[in-house]
Design a protein around this ligand. Structure first.
Ligand code: GDP
Length: 385
């Protein structure tokens, strides 16, 4: 068997910061003065003599000495917390590479030090953006999904156990859509004729000037997006160019992108401008999106839609702010009608959903072979062949 390779990875984001963290996965004595002179604890004790999780203050290097904090986080693993400047980080990484480590990304190091499933959850955690989504993802790591997977690895092929596992997996799969959005914002696409006020409404929803507003139809030629959170849930708002027959080349590109944006949306918002009489294009758009949330926009101006106004349309004005909060609430009720109970195990990636589906099918087989193969893939971060 080949020797395990020591690795070094920078855990903090690229660029300058106040503090940076470098993780070393390998023997701690590499850092001890006696061996290489990389780190000297202020207490004078060698690192290997320090208990796990003790925060050890000391100095790095013998020339251009730098104050750092080192913490052993596992038998063969430690973190160096150093100055966040790029040069300081590169120097520590360089010293550890010279001491025999291989520099890898934090994602690669994470997959080497934990199960693929745990690494996948941690990567999802690094991409998520609100406290609410962080809480759900942390629950998957501290119990939830990881604990369920651990339990399944001990499953004997008895009927009761299989039935219970099948029920648990079916329940998890109910939250597939919710779970996948914990690391990827819900996507709301605004559509409507040119000049109905899509850019203005995006600005009103985001609370700052993001899109360019002009009163010439067709000035929003491309898909403009803005990320925010409604009620603590991350959402991306995409503003499309008017979906209409394009008469110019440039506009045609925008219209094609707009169609793509609508196709990839979790929810479509159709805007109508109630200050202008209904046009066939408006009615076509409404008919084409029967599930859309409808906004009766420019509600501060006199209504010229009369009987054509769709029943459920919400009056909103981006100028006065009328209806904007209620719109946010309606959007979230549509996107997240229910949330899982706290602590519930839920899949958070497409891969997890695919494998849980395969595992559910495998539980109905007379032998455990397919189940074990799917479970192993689920646990290790692979795919089911
Ligand atoms: P888009 O082409 O659909 O993105 O429309 P814009 O956001 O560029 O808005 C077109 C015009 O309508 C601009 O002159 C806006 O100032 C105006 N407008 C947008 N929303 C409202 C609103 O709620 N009330 C009124 N009175 N005017 C609005």
């Amino acid at each position: 068997m080949s020797e395990p390779v020591s690795s070094v990875a920078v855990l903090t984001p690229v660029g300058r910061g106040a503090v940076a963290t470098v993780r070393w996965c390998g023997p701690a004595d590499v850092l001890d003065e006696a061996a290489r002179g990389l780190f000297r604890a202020a207490s004078g004790q060698s690192l290997t003599a320090q208990p796990l999780h003790r925060i050890v203050y000391g100095q790095w290097g013998t020339v251009a000495v730098e104050d750092v904090v080192v913490c052993r986080t596992a038998e063969e693993e430690l973190e160096v917390h150093c100055h966040g400047g790029v040069a300081a980080v590169r120097r520590i990484v360089g010293d550890l590479v010279a001491a025999g480590g291989r520099e890898v990304s934090w994602q690669v190091q994470q997959s080497q030090r934990t199960s693929g499933l745990e690494a996948e959850l941690q990567m999802a955690l690094s991409r998520t953006s609100t406290r609410r989504t962080v809480e759900f993802l942390l629950e998957q790591l501290t119990g939830g999904l990881l604990a369920s997977a651990r339990g399944w690895r001990r499953l004997s092929w008895g009927n009761d156990e299989r039935r219970q596992a099948a029920e648990a997996i079916a329940e998890m799969l109910r939250w597939e859509c919710f779970g996948r959005h914990l690391a990827e914002p819900w996507r709301i696409v605004l559509t409507g004729r040119p000049n109905v006020g899509k850019s203005s409404l995006i600005n009103a929803l985001l609370g700052y000037q993001r899109a360019i507003v002009f009163d010439q139809p067709g000035t929003t030629r491309d898909v403009v997006t803005g990320e925010t959170a409604f009620e603590g849930w991350p959402v991306v708002l995409a503003d499309t160019a008017g979906l209409r027959e394009a008469d110019e080349q440039l506009e045609a590109v925008g219209v094609a992108r707009a169609r793509e944006a609508v196709a990839g949306a979790d929810l479509v918002l159709v805007l109508i401008d109630v200050s202008q009489p209904a046009t066939p294009a408006d009615l076509e758009l409404l008919a084409g999106h029967p599930d859309a949330v409808i906004v009766a926009h420019k509600s501060d101006l006199p209504d010229r839609w009369g009987e054509f106004r769709p029943a459920g349309a919400l009056p909103v004005s981006s100028v006065t702010g009328e209806g904007v909060q209620e719109l946010q609430r309606r959007l979230m009720v549509r996107l997240i009608p229910q949330t899982p109970r706290p602590g519930a195990a839920i899949p958070v990636t497409g891969r997890q959903v695919r494998l849980l589906t395969a595992m559910l099918t495998a539980l109905r087989q007379p032998t455990a072979d397919a189940w074990l193969a799917a479970l192993e893939a689920f646990w290790s971060g692979g795919e089911f062949a």
